[in-house]
Design a protein around this ligand. Structure first.
Ligand SMILES: Cc1cc2nc3c(=O)[nH]c(=O)nc-3n(C[C@H](O)[C@H](O)[C@H](O)COP(=O)(O)OP(=O)(O)OC[C@H]3O[C@@H](n4cnc5c(N)ncnc54)[C@H](O)[C@@H]3O)c2cc1C
Length: 391
């Protein structure tokens, strides 16, 4: 068993650390208004990363990377998290939408959309979920019909919900039904819909925890004309794109939960014997998560990726973080409800992580147990694909 990284990984880390020492933003900044809102400093930061091949190190250089292997991508994440920093403040744009276009898009779509999103010149939102299609995404009902004229534009009608950052995004990667007669997984296509298209209405709504935090949106499409060249992947081949898109998100997701858990262990100091006892359990959770994550990572580095085990990590990581935050919240008593408490050392760009109350921090952990596949859905996957239980 090898418990250290090879020299190629350590050299890679040293180069990135030197880059961060030189380039990490240190000036005052405005808080982004949503996950698709890039204030000037955030655009500059993302652009600097792109230009130096540090935005998505696993990508080839033309897409802001340096063809880094999976272990190098891991230490990259670790070094960013250690500084409580994000590579982009439009995470779904960079991590899901641009990544999907690199895999499934045409050369024109990559030039027109993916590269500007990666360079922080445009931002993007993800239009998958609908009021009756969340966990069961294949039930989505937003329709796209080909127009009869020679241009063959799509005409889109329907509604999305939970579309993070849509009100600030330039484009929405939208999953639509193009063949209502086909089995439900086989009649879905994916369209790039610019948000300034006539007929697109975005209605942001607040988080349960913070009335001023507008990230979620309802998005309504009424007879929206979308040029046929905005079709991503094959017509009616959207299910493959969906799986690929979320796959981009899933691979390193567990690591962000491990990082948040580590942050919490730093930010929360237990006082009583009972709190210390609970704290010890949280430390064990954090070690277990890293150990299991490292196993999956080592497997992936050998080219043996186990997608079902990623569900174990996602479930464990998101729920351990939630349990840990609950312990910290309870330890604060009524003080835990005080909004705009400083709950962690002031640290660059971790706005909600240090400015919200402990209650706010706790409520935000539910994002982790819902988004990217709820805990119940992860348990179904684990039951069937890891434990081999019947459906
Ligand atoms: C912070 C955050 C950001 C998000 N951002 C986006 C975004 O940008 N774009 C986007 O498209 N969506 C986004 N979502 C939506 C997210 O993908 C959905 O909330 C998620 O897929 C769950 O769908 P739902 O909310 O419709 O719940 P439902 O699917 O209706 O589930 C309701 C409850 O039933 C349970 N359940 C459902 N099916 C089963 C089953 N088969 N077995 C057992 N239990 C089941 C669920 O676990 C859940 O507890 C976001 C969500 C969050 C929390």
């Amino acid at each position: 068993m090898e418990l250290t990284f090879g020299t190629d990984v350590e050299e890679f880390r040293a180069e990135f650390v030197a880059f961060l020492d030189e380039n990490l933003p240190t000036d005052a900044w405005d808080e982004p208004g949503s996950t698709a809102d890039l204030p000037d400093w955030a655009r500059r930061w993302q652009r600097t990363l792109f230009d130096n091949g540090w935005l998505q190190p696993g990508n080839p250089p033309e897409f802001g990377g340096r063809n880094a292997n999976i272990l190098q991508q891991y230490v990259y994440q670790v070094e960013l998290a250690r500084r409580r920093m994000f590579h982009s403040f439009n995470p779904q744009g960079v991590g899901i939408i641009a990544a999907s276009l690199i895999t499934f898009g045409t050369l024109e779509q990559q030039q027109k959309w993916a590269i500007p999103i990666l360079r922080g010149e445009l931002t993007a939102a993800l239009g998958m979920s609908e009021p009756s299609a969340g966990s069961d995404l294949a039930s989505l009902r937003t329709r796209a019909v080909r127009s009869a004229d020679s241009r063959g534009d799509f005409v889109v009608n329907g509604q999305k919900v939970w579309t993070s950052g849509a009100h600030h995004a330039d484009v929405i990667l939208t999953f639509v039904r193009t063949d209502p007669d086909a089995p439900k997984h086989k009649g879905i296509s994916v369209l790039l819909i610019p948000t300034d298209s006539p007929g697109v209405m975005r209605r942001p709504f607040a988080m349960a925890s913070d009335r001023e935090d507008l990230d979620f949106n309802e998005v309504f499409f009424t007879d929206v004309r979308v040029p046929s060249e905005n079709l991503v992947g094959p017509l009616n081949g959207g299910w493959t794109v969906a799986n690929g898109s979320l796959g981009h998100e899933r691979n390193m997701l567990w690591l962000s939960y491990a990082d948040r858990l580590d942050d919490l262990l730093t930010d929360f100091t237990p006082d009583t014997e009972l709190e210390r006892d609970k704290y010890a359990t949280l430390v064990m959770d954090a070690y277990a998560l890293r150990a299991m994550g490292s196993t999956v990572l080592a497997q992936a580095a050998r080219g043996d990726e186990d997608v079902a085990l990623l569900s174990v990590l996602k479930l464990m990581g998101s729920e351990a973080g939630q349990a840990a935050t609950e312990v910290a919240l309870n330890a604060q008593g009524p003080e835990g409800l005080v909004d705009r408490a400083i709950t962690s050392p002031y640290n660059a760009l971790n706005f909600h992580g240090h400015m919200g109350s402990w209650f706010d921090r706790y409520v935000r952990t539910f994002a982790g147990t819902i988004a990217g596949g709820t805990s119940e859905i992860q348990r179904n996957i684990i039951a069937q694909r890891v434990l081999g239980l019947p459906r």
